[in-house]
Design a protein around this ligand. Structure first.
Ligand SMILES: [Zn+2]
Ligand SMILES: [Zn+2]
Length: 151
């Protein structure tokens, strides 16, 4: 997924879930570490952690975007845009957005449970596991290639 795809996705979600346009920029920021995304108060841009997409996929990104759009729209409208604000909590619920994310007020991500990604050396298929697996025992289900732990 490219920055332009991400931007388009944010615009679409904004129109569909909030019935309001997104007029700023959305892009991936590799330097985000523990958060899935953040809303920048000064530029009004939304940054998304590419690792969230790589590790958890599209649905995860959509949740993060809905969350960041709650900050975005409330902030632009001069309403309570922080995690502790009632406006924010109500909009989160309405938009069916997850509560985690963001550096705005130090809100924590849902959990820190570690996950492991294994990649097939032959065909490149990724496997996500909550526990470590014995790579001597398991093989790629598509091509039977060897699996290696991705760091
Ligand atoms: Zn947030
Ligand atoms: Zn394979």
């Amino acid at each position: 997924m490219k920055d332009s795809d991400l931007h388009q996705l944010v615009c679409t979600i904004s129109e569909q879930e909030f019935q309001k346009p997104f007029r700023h920029k959305a892009y991936f920021n590799k330097r985000l570490r523990t958060t899935g995304g953040r809303y920048l108060l000064q530029s009004h841009n939304i940054e998304i952690n590419p690792k969230a997409y790589e590790q958890y996929g599209l649905e995860e990104i959509k949740g993060i975007i809905r969350h960041e759009l709650c900050h975005y729209h409330l902030h632009l409208e001069g309403r309570g845009y922080q995690h502790r604000d009632a406006d924010f909590r109500m909009l989160l619920k309405k938009a069916n957005a997850p509560r985690f994310c963001s550096n705005l007020d130090g809100g924590k991500r849902r959990s820190s449970s570690k996950r492991y990604t294994y990649i097939c050396v032959k065909c490149g298929t990724n496997y996500h596991r909550k526990i470590r697996m014995n790579t001597a025992k398991y093989r790629c289900s598509k091509c039977l290639g060897n699996l290696v732990l991705k760091k």
